[in-house]
Design a protein around this ligand. Structure first.
Ligand code: SF4
Length: 376
């Protein structure tokens, strides 16, 4: 019976995001760590490794598949009401103590993180997505940057079927991986976890590569939305939020900023859960900085108007929401306010075609993806 590591070591192929160095080393470019890896060793993420002077990367499986309302990702300015077919693999380049997807992200790092991989082909996944009515296919759950070769292969199939594609990512990118993704990824959510490098180092990363990635994503024409999970006592000081919002405005005031409520998870059980008043305070800071679209998440019905989209010109209500449910939709076919004609930044369908579901669910066709023979 194989261990998880043995199974994953077989579920690989040679990567594309790397260069060969002297003495059998390789340098990986899939994330901002840019690991130099000697022969026989793994990168920081534990799932990309050097064997015989070649970089091998995860391939041919999904560790989780789920259908989500696109509002759960969250994308609020991209095809409201659409169903997003979400898939993930295993591993992450960070190790956040509050990770809500730790069972998949911390595989091979935390022995209690065990999520059996499902054998899957891109064709099977996309035919599942189409059968279920998905408009968007999203790489999420683990850090998609570190499994970009597989995500791009799935997205090529998705594009051929007329679907939109997206990443839900920590944003720890490199110029090389963004160039690689640009032809195949439409939507990109970045989890901007803090605006303090010392905080990022506690999570296993650095702030600067994430800021550089956000600037590049916007300049390269990805549709970008930013999420900050507001953790009391960790990243929620007025000073830090002011600097964070000021940075986003300097990239573009049209970038939607989601401030979402923390609840105790994984190894972070000390901070209090985020209160609605904390989210409102962050939203005021964002508004003052000049951001046009600020949303408060994870506390449906408790944050006043901060789940809705308003016209930045006249203030008219354009999209009403309760949690992931669209309750009102008034944008014109070309994404403008019907009252004053102001254009609203985003990727809009020509009409709102209803919402298939406001709840995440496992695809019925999940059984078509076969369990890898795995024992641990
Ligand atoms: S994805 Fe990041 S952490 Fe993993 S090997 Fe590549 S550079 Fe290192």
């Amino acid at each position: 019976m194989a261990t998880l590591k043995e199974v994953l070591d077989q579920s690989v192929r040679e990567g594309e995001l790397y260069e060969k160095l002297d003495r059998g080393f390789v340098r990986c470019f899939a994330c901002g760590h840019c690991c130099p890896i000697p022969d026989g060793q793994v990168g920081v993420c534990k799932v990309r490794f050097n064997r015989g002077g070649k970089l091998y990367v995860p391939w041919g499986y999904a560790a989780g598949v789920q259908c989500d309302p696109i509002e759960k990702k969250p994308f609020f300015h991209a095809y409201p009401g659409a169903l997003a077919y979400s898939f993930g693999m295993l591993g992450c380049d960070l190790h956040c103590a509050y990770c809500q997807n730790w069972v998949t992200s911390q595989a091979l790092r935390d022995p209690s993180a065990v999520s059996p991989p499902l054998q899957a082909t891109p064709k099977e996944m996309i035919s599942d997505a189409l059968r279920l009515g998905a408009k968007v296919v999203v790489s999420t759950y683990n850090e998609p940057l570190i499994t970009s070769e597989w995500a791009v292969t799935v997205f090529k199939e998705a594009r051929a079927a007329g679907l939109v594609t997206g990443y839900v990512s920590n944003g720890n990118g490199t110029p090389q991986v963004l160039e690689y993704l640009r032809p195949w990824v439409d939507l990109y959510k970045v989890d901007l976890k803090s605006f303090d490098d010392r905080h990022y180092r506690k999570l296993g990363g650095r702030l600067q590569p994430i800021l550089d990635t956000i600037c590049r994503l916007h300049a390269m024409g990805f549709w970008v939305e930013i999420v900050t999970l507001l953790i009391p006592g960790f990243n929620d000081s007025d000073d830090e939020l002011n600097r964070l919002a000021g940075f986003l405005v300097s990239v573009s005031p049209d970038i939607p900023w989601h401030v979402t409520a923390f609840h105790k998870d994984y190894k972070m059980t000390d901070p209090a859960d985020t209160r609605p008043a904390d989210l409102r305070r962050a939203a005021v800071i964002g508004k003052k900085a000049g951001l046009r679209y600020i949303y408060a998440g994870n506390l449906p019905g408790q944050v006043g108007d901060l789940e809705n989209t308003h016209c930045p010109g006249c203030g008219e209500l354009l999209i009403g929401r309760y949690g992931y449910l669209i309750t009102d939709y008034r944008l014109t076919a070309d994404g403008c306010c019907p009252v004053c004609g102001t254009s609203v930044a985003g990727r809009w369908a020509s009409s709102f075609q209803g919402q298939i579901t406001a709840y995440p669910f496992l695809p019925r066709a999940h059984r078509r993806l076969h369990l890898v023979n795995l024992a641990i």
